[in-house]
Design a protein around this ligand. Structure first.
Ligand code: CMP
Length: 139
């Protein structure tokens, strides 16, 4: 079925001018970028977005990192988009990511791992509405 998922191109990638190369990976996989904006998150906004990880030991570091430079937030649409995006991203830790995936090619570490993608339909819905209004998404 056609799905939408929330994707973030993270500070390590925007700093290295990799937005276009990462978007090419999404588009080559058949995902359509139906909304996109470059924004600077505050640490508090990053904390709110990653609230589910509040108790994790890396939470503070994660929020600092996500606020350290601009991010590109986007909505990707396509058949089976949530799983397809996770395939294209590769494993969270680039050391475990399959060859050809975004994280294998570009990520620097488990923390600075270039991209985020929603992990399930309910979180995709929540994460999309965290950043976008309906009017900003044009399929
Ligand atoms: P993401 O898919 O954005 O979801 C939560 C993020 O936490 C994850 O990608 C990683 O960037 C980060 N993360 C996960 N594990 C660690 C870790 N051990 N140390 C630092 N950051 C981590």
């Amino acid at each position: 079925a056609t799905e939408r998922t929330l994707s973030i191109i993270k500070p390590d990638a925007t700093k290295r001018n990799l937005t276009g190369k990462i978007n090419a990976k999404f588009e080559e996989a058949g995902l359509r970028i139906v909304a996109q904006k470059r924004i600077q998150l505050s640490k508090a906004q990053a904390g709110a977005f990653y609230a589910v990880h509040k108790e994790r030991p890396f939470y503070d570091e994660l929020c600092e990192f996500m606020a350290s430079a601009p991010v590109v937030v986007q909505v990707l649409e396509g058949d089976n988009a949530i799983a397809k995006n996770r395939e294209v991203m590769g494993a969270t830790n680039p050391a475990d990511a399959d060859a050809g995936t975004i994280r294998a090619e570009f990520a620097e570490s488990v923390g600075e791992n270039s991209v985020h993608g929603s992990d399930a339909p309910d979180t995709a819905k929540e994460e999309i509405s965290f950043f976008f209004s309906g009017l900003e998404i044009v399929g």
